[in-house]
Ligand binder design. Structure first.
Ligand SMILES: Nc1ncnc2c1ncn2[C@@H]1O[C@H](COP(=O)(O)OP(=O)(O)O)[C@@H](O)[C@H]1O
Ligand SMILES: [Mg+2]
Length: 349
């Protein structure tokens, strides 16, 4: 069965936000479908937080309009927008217990005490903090505080959840655990989610769709896999993962089709095989380019090894998963690199 198009829950129409001389967000148009998990990804200062602040109603656009469920929210104050929010700076109330922190949004909505208590119990259980209701935020670890923040954002069943770098402060293991948690909650509640982050891994693992932003504008929008596999621009290719940009590489780059003008060839490091010069060649001979090079550097990174290999005037990055019985190369070793021409991508400069 084909998916029906999801009705847009959130829409930005040509939105611009200017701070003094800086256009933090420029002519931004985007839609988020009901139940979709959209991530806005980009480097620091590209306008991610501003976009979220506009959506939350903490800032107003200079031009353009924002619609939620088809209606302009220009005149709707932030506390009426019915959104759960986790901002980096949107900390828990330090003087209130976990329970009181969670009750607060419900109290604001005029919910009765008995119903509030029931909801708090339920969400505490859901984020595995049943025994922590009586603690103050300062008596919790960073990860536990983050889970309370998540619980507080979700407790009033908002149709929209906004996350600003929600996992930035956590160490790697906790981050992965929380990613799983957020993903699970999103699936369970089907809540329309807009997340902003500069962390590509977070974006790739969590999102239905990613918008890559650069200097206040959208650079590319796509599913995680399409974005990684078919980046449209050099910026996206290099921001999302590692990219070998073959611009004047000092050797002939073989291509099947003519290279579109204004583009450069790009090859992902994991698409290159490294082998001893005389080793049998891999893969389809009709679709293969082989070049000779010299290992400049080898970096061991647990499950994979990264080689820097000098070919012509280029230093190519090659990633090889560590496997039993494979040959390991050292700086100075002569090697042959093979790749498939069909793995080359052309990205605009
Ligand atoms: N309140 C503000 N006053 C002036 N400039 C701001 C303000 N908020 C953000 N900016 C500027 O707008 C740009 C985008 O900022 P921001 O949206 O916070 O980026 P990001 O979240 O992607 O790091 C930056 O150049 C930043 O300095
Ligand atoms: Mg930010």
């Amino acid at each position: 069965m084909k998916n029906k198009p999801i009705p847009a829950q959130i829409e930005f129409r040509d939105v611009t936000k200017i701070y003094g001389q800086v256009a933090a967000v420029r002519n931004l148009s985007l839609t988020v479908g009901r139940g979709e998990f959209l991530t806005i990804l980009g480097p620091s200062g590209c306008g991610k937080t501003t976009t979220l602040m506009l959506l939350a109603g903490f800032e107003a656009p200079n031009r353009g309009d924002i619609l939620i469920a088809g209606k302009s929210v220009a005149a709707v104050p932030s506390y009426r927008r019915d959104q759960g929010i986790i901002f980096q700076s949107y900390a828990l109330f330090p003087h209130l217990t976990v329970r009181r922190n969670l009750e607060f949004p419900l109290e604001m909505r005029g919910m009765r005490a008995a119903e509030r208590a029931k909801r708090v119990d339920r969400i505490l259980e859901r984020v595995h903090l049943d025994d922590f209701g009586g603690r103050l935020p300062s008596q919790l670890s960073g990860g536990q505080q983050q889970r309370v923040a998540l619980a507080r954002a979700l407790i009033a069943d908002p149709p929209i959840l906004l996350l600003d770098e929600p996992l930035g402060a956590l160490d790697r293991n906790l981050r992965e655990q929380m990613q799983g948690e957020i993903k699970g909650l999103h699936k369970e509640f089907g809540i329309t989610t807009v997340c902003v982050t500069h962390d590509q891994e977070e974006a790739l693992t969590l999102s239905d769709r990613i918008i890559v932003m650069r200097a206040g504008r959208i650079e590319q929008t796509d599913t995680p896999e399409a974005l990684y596999d078919r980046p449209a621009t050099r910026f996206v290719a290099s921001f999302l993962g590692e990219a070998n940009i073959l611009e004047n590489p000092g050797f002939n780059v073989e291509t099947d089709a003519a290279q579109p003008s204004g583009t450069v060839a790009m090859l992902r490091p994991e698409r290159i095989w490294v082998a001893a010069p005389a080793a049998p060649k891999r893969a389809d001979a009709n679709n293969r380019q082989s070049v000779s090079g010299t290992v400049d550097d080898m970096i061991y990174a647990g499950p994979l090894r990264k080689y820097h290999v000098r070919v012509g005037s280029s230093l190519l990055v090659v990633r090889e998963p560590v496997a039993s019985g494979q040959q390991i190369f050292r700086p100075g070793d002569e090697v042959r690199l093979d790749w498939l021409r069909s793995d080359l991508r052309f990205v605009t400069v």
